[in-house]
Design a protein around this ligand. Structure first.
Ligand code: MN
Length: 240
């Protein structure tokens, strides 16, 4: 018997510049995820699809925080092995941000995993917090005190990743778990969303638009209206 109800919805669009959409999302049961694929010959689409499918399958067999961590490792392995086996998709990879409601010590908690620069945010009592940690060149420079968040946002090399799923045989994900509270709102998104919207705009939408499907659609619409320079994906989940 769960103390909380989880409801979720996702929206993804190609945007106004790219020809194809290589983002993918999952919002099923206790698991939500966003993956942003990269690679030539449409292999980014394959990488993000393999990531989401493997996450879902492996997590379904073990719905714990450890299960989520293993699912991320499995996704890395599946993409890496496919890339090694097929020269046409060699070098493909994908980011991932995933969150799952899990039981830890008899308490319901939220487990979060990410690789690359897809993000997980939580809106709680009007405050937006980032639950994920970017694996990117500019994020390293921000952590080292060499760039501010605002400088990172406008940096020409902001899309250079330092980790991605599927580009090597091993991956170290960022893994955390946190408490759940009624009226928490979670957002998973690709960089095509947060590069177009300020934190204030994200707070404004998450704080005012009722229902995960309408909130996700509004966020994606606004990012697209601001230029849609990349594929845009948002998954919103409400805790009730
Ligand atoms: Mn992207």
């Amino acid at each position: 018997m769960s103390a909380y109800q989880l409801s979720h919805a996702g929206v993804t669009v190609t945007g106004q510049v790219r020809l194809t959409n290589e983002d993918r999302f999952l919002a099923e049961g206790e698991l939500i995820a966003v993956a942003d694929g990269m690679g030539g010959h449409a292999s980014g689409d394959l990488a993000s699809r393999l990531a989401v499918e493997t996450l879902q399958e492996v997590f379904a067999a073990d719905t714990t925080a450890e299960g989520l961590a293993r699912a991320v490792q499995a996704a890395n392995q599946v993409i890496w092995e496919r890339a090694e086996a097929d020269p046409l998709v060699r070098g493909m990879g994908t980011t991932v941000a995933a969150a799952a409601r899990v039981a830890i010590g008899g308490e319901e908690r939220l487990a979060i995993a990410n690789v690359g620069d897809s993000r997980a945010y939580r809106l709680r009592e009007g405050r937006l917090e980032r639950l994920s940690s970017d694996h990117s060149l500019v994020a390293d420079l921000v952590r080292a005190g060499e760039l501010t968040e605002d400088q990172a946002r406008d940096h020409p090399n902001r899309n250079i990743l330092t980790r991605a799923l599927g580009v090597g045989p091993e991956i170290e994900a960022h893994l955390v778990d946190t408490d759940l509270a009624r009226d928490d709102r979670l957002l998973l998104c690709s960089d095509g969303l947060f590069n177009e919207l300020t934190d204030d705009e994200i707070v404004e939408v998450l704080g005012s638009v009722a229902g995960p499907d309408a909130a996700a659609a509004e966020l994606v619409q606004r990012a697209n209206d601001h230029g849609g320079h990349d594929n845009i994906t948002a998954v919103v989940a409400d805790i009730r």
